[in-house]
Design a binder for this molecule. Structure first.
Ligand code: FAD
Length: 361
């Protein structure tokens, strides 16, 4: 939806096809943390998009709220990452000193010890005295962001065709000129594939090969939400590789699992128990809070989490914008901006080359 709106804003006539209802898959299922977790562990190509999006989000959220009447609840919650095996691995495993990384990238990061941890977020229990604190990290309430984007499609005249699956591409002499739907060709000067975790599968089904096919695979994540207005949580808190995200209305999102189980979106009892136990262990005040929902989504997994933003090497007019893995909500606005700059052949702040379709990651 971001891609469609950005292209529309540049004057293109855009039709968005979704085989289900738009905005119900990974982008809906995610947590909405607007930063990579342990960002120093990621490639510069991921962090550059995340940092650019962090600049874009306030105006994007406000503009969508005004246009749609839906508030996507952009909140500056900060991100508190408690010491534990996962964070220590993340810090040492990549050989990067987090404070040096933060200084070089202009990111606000502090090391907290002992009582300073509780001064940022009271009421959390953890064994090791210490934490990394990123005070400027924001969150977005992604299901509301999607509702707002869905409304913006109408406002700006993007044609949306839902429950329509693309069955093929119309290609003549190495150039795409439309998609095949229900035995007909929907004509288009260009086709942009934004099918998230399904993108590589869609290409395979359409028999569109390339020397380096995009390595996008589904990675399941399970989450749950507790209704806990009394929890006292104000910060996004991470521990043991999992997190609690306090929403504006007192709900607390608990996430997430990372499972390589193919295109299987079922939830499991084991994940339900383990996420719930984690939440109570970290924040005992959550005890007794009703669990309102437990769901799973499929992340578009990609090597090193670097998204694909590019044109097919051999088929003119066929573009790919997918593979954002764990950071699609944060990278989305900036990767969309870069996508449009590529289409318009503009030179922006970032170089699109490292995200190319056939780049080896
Ligand atoms: C549990 C979980 C937690 C997450 N937490 C965060 C977080 O805190 N912060 C963050 O930045 N990111 C997070 N993410 C990652 C983020 O959600 C994804 O990277 C991002 O949403 C991917 O967006 P997308 O539009 O590419 O894919 P999707 O949102 O999955 O959209 C793909 C769309 O393509 C459609 N489609 C598929 N096949 C076809 C077809 N053949 N024809 C037509 N349409 C088709 C689908 O119906 C769907 O609507 C999380 C993800 C999960 C699952």
């Amino acid at each position: 939806m971001l891609t469609a709106l950005a292209l529309r804003a540049r004057g293109y006539a855009v039709t968005l096809l979704d085989r289900k209802l738009a905005g119900q898959e990974s982008s809906w299922a995610g947590g909405g943390i607007l930063s990579p977790l342990y960002p120093w562990h990621y490639a510069d190509t991921v962090n550059a998009l995340a940092q650019r999006s962090q600049q874009l989000y306030p105006a994007l959220a406000e503009g969508l709220r005004e246009e749609s009447g839906v508030d996507p609840e952009l909140l500056s919650s900060g991100l508190l990452m408690l010491d534990n095996v996962a964070s220590l691995d993340a810090a040492s495993g990549c050989g990067v000193d987090p404070l040096a990384w933060a200084a070089a990238h202009g990111v606000a990061l502090q090391r907290l010890e002992g009582a300073d941890v509780a001064s940022v977020q009271a009421g959390i229990e953890h064994g090791i005295e210490g934490a990394w604190w990123m005070p400027q990290v924001m969150q977005i309430r992604n299901p509301r962001l999607l509702r707002a984007l869905r409304a913006a499609l109408d406002v700006h005249g993007v044609r949306l065709l839902e429950q329509v699956e693309v069955q093929g591409l119309a290609i003549t002499a190495g150039r795409v000129h439309g998609v095949r739907v229900d035995g007909q060709v929907l004509s288009a000067d260009a086709v942009v594939l934004t099918a998230g975790a399904w993108s590589a599968q869609v290409l395979q089904a359409l028999s569109v090969a390339s020397e380096h096919p995009p390595a996008i695979e589904p990675v399941r994540g399970q989450m749950m939400v507790l209704n806990a207005p009394q929890s006292g949580l104000r910060r996004i808190v991470m521990s043991e590789g999992r997190y609690l995200i306090p929403r504006k209305d007192g709900r607390v999102v608990v996430g997430s699992t990372l499972e390589y189980v193919g295109f299987d979106k079922v939830t499991t009892e084991a994940a339900r128990e383990s996420l719930y136990a984690f939440a109570l262990r970290l924040c005992p005040a959550l005890a007794g809070a009703p669990m309102e929902a437990h769901w799973a989504g499929l992340r578009p997994g990609s090597p090193r989490g670097i998204p694909y933003i590019g044109e097919h090497p051999d088929i003119a007019g066929l573009f790919l914008h997918a593979g954002h893995f764990r950071n699609g909500l944060v990278m989305g606005p900036a990767s969309t901006e870069l996508f449009v700059q590529m289409i318009e052949k503009e030179v922006g702040q970032l170089d699109v080359a490292p995200y190319a379709w056939d780049s080896v990651r």
